[in-house]
Write a protein that binds this ligand. Sequence first.
Ligand SMILES: [Zn+2]
Ligand SMILES: [Zn+2]
Length: 245
Amino acid sequence: MAGQVSEPTILAALLSALAMTAIVGVRYLLASGGFALATRGVRPGLYAGLDRQIRSEIGWSLLSAAIYGVPAGIVAWAWQALGWTRIYTGPHDWPLWYLPVSLLLYLFAHDTWFYWTHRWMHRPKWFRIAHAVHHASKPPTAWAAMSFHPIEAITGAVVIPALVFLIPIHVGVLALVLTIMTVMGVTNHMGWEMFPRALVHSRLGGWLITASHHQRHHEHYQCNYGLYFRVWDRLCGTDRGLSSP
Ligand SMILES: [Zn+2]
Ligand SMILES: [Zn+2]
């Protein structure tokens, strides 16, 4: 009937949401598990005595995986079935120079959203409601990458699904954005710096966020709110430099 969404359509969207939830959950387990294993080799004993905390981090993270998976799955279905979104597949649909530009646009937009929602969640009332779960990890481990209260998870889950309707992106660049998001989410919490000192302490490194920067956020709370770049922290005077994990 005209104007009505058919049952198979709803079922397809639901299945896509379910599949994406499974993908995000498995991606989390593989990425966090991989870096937790690496931590055993690089810093033996770093997570000693944290078994209870790690179980809680995994529980919150798997719940977050479902919250991330639903909008992502529905958008993936809308892209495939209806041709919605501005995701493109032909490498020459947009000029080649646009590939790196779109990568930076996505990372910067995500970083901006994260910085301001994160600062908002550090207001006392919202901290108790939405962000205390993330900071219950003391110190965080590689498993804390998605350890968020559902409210915080929702603020994170809507970003990329919204951006694909606004900013054109090649599907391969989108995959790269998601990979960077996953790897940095895990490594920024794992308790040691994997990037060489020469990069972290370089002029370029001074604008990038790695474990040394985010670790300080978990130590001091009211500083270093950013996700990928130190631009907003520097502009707003909330950058307190690096920790030495
Ligand atoms: Zn954190
Ligand atoms: Zn925080």
